[in-house]
Write a protein that binds this ligand. Sequence first.
Ligand code: 7TS
Length: 429
Amino acid sequence: MSQVATETSRQSQETVAGRSPLDTDRVREDFPILHQQVNGHDLVYLDNAASSQKPLAVIEAMDRYYRRDHANVHRGIHELSRRATEAYDGARGTIARFFGIEDEAELIFTSGTTEAINLVARSWGDANIHEGDEILLSVLEHHSNIVPWQMLARRTGAVLRFLDIDAEGRLDLSELDDLLTERTKLVAVGHVSNALGTEHPVAGIAERARSVGAKVLVDGAQSAPHMPVNVAELGCDFFAFSGHKMCGPTGVGGLWGRRELLERMPPFLGGGDMIHEVRLEASTYAKIPARFEAGTPKIAEVIGLAAAVEYLDGIGMAAVHAHEAAITAYALDRLQEIPDMVIHGPKTAEARAGVISFTLADVHPHDLATILDGEGVAIRAGHHCTQPLMRKLGVGATARASFYLYNTEQEVDRLVDSLHSARRLFGYA
Ligand code: 7TS
């Protein structure tokens, strides 16, 4: 490394240590999975945008529930069912408070962001979207915030429109006013891009969308885990999130929607638990949230998710965000020291979450990820379920490092060292 580069990284290290409010050594003690060797090296887990690891508090809450309290909810007149029901219903309040949701009946548990968006597209969309209506998305949405709207457009004859990105890779709002018309019935945008890590000004977009009478859905899969989120302050109508990306278990996430909208929406799935009365010819439906939670719910998962948000609350989402901002700034500096490195998206940490997409010369990202895995460094390579964005960037795939509260600057150094070995291996050094 050159003298200048050494100076730069030393200064950056001081900045990270000085700016992160987290004691990562202590945080890391809470995550047993991090303490292992992979391919003969200490694991460096940098695939958090795909799924985060779980603290003991979550693992133990689910273990305790299964060992002691498990039964089905809302039906048994016996002690275990009472305990399970109390824990499940209590978890809704805990998770609602985490997102600033005052009316906890507005929080519907789903299997994750994908199901939450599909619920809105099927239930609200089929009832409210008609031929010629417009739905405004952006070109950098995750497939789960594109495909359900394409399916809805096919069913109804609605038209999809797209916000573009600027040269830096940030959402370009210069055309927003032209794209928003009285035909726009819905704006559905991601809060943070899973491929570029950019944070989008959703509160401003929501305000402008609502001024033309459009409803607003925010895909919060990548914001809920990484920054304080208050759905009322966002000014949106629906907010979707996934538990497994925010220290919680797989198989659970949620949809928040305004009561006046949810109450007028028909059910998404039919079955047990979502009805008021069933007759052979027709049924009436339960009130929200039960109307949208057909069948035996994700009891252990919801209890695990409540433990996850309590854990994150204990640390403080502002501190989680500040830690990630510091580590991302450090990583951006260090990655840009590597010759032939292309960072996709903005090169600075401003309005960015802890996600960095990159390519190294013409090494295929999958080859890069394989070399890194051999050194115990886990990153993701691929199109990140954002194929339209990849086309815009002119690449088929990128390598992606994504950080969370337990990642350290030493781990960023390990990533950089491994990328240097990959460069040597592929003959670039
Ligand atoms: N929206 C965004 C912005 C996402 O990043 C993801 C998952 C989803 C929706 C879907 O979430 P799910 O929990 O319903 O699957 N993103 C990623 C990723 O970046 N790598 O793997 C999954």
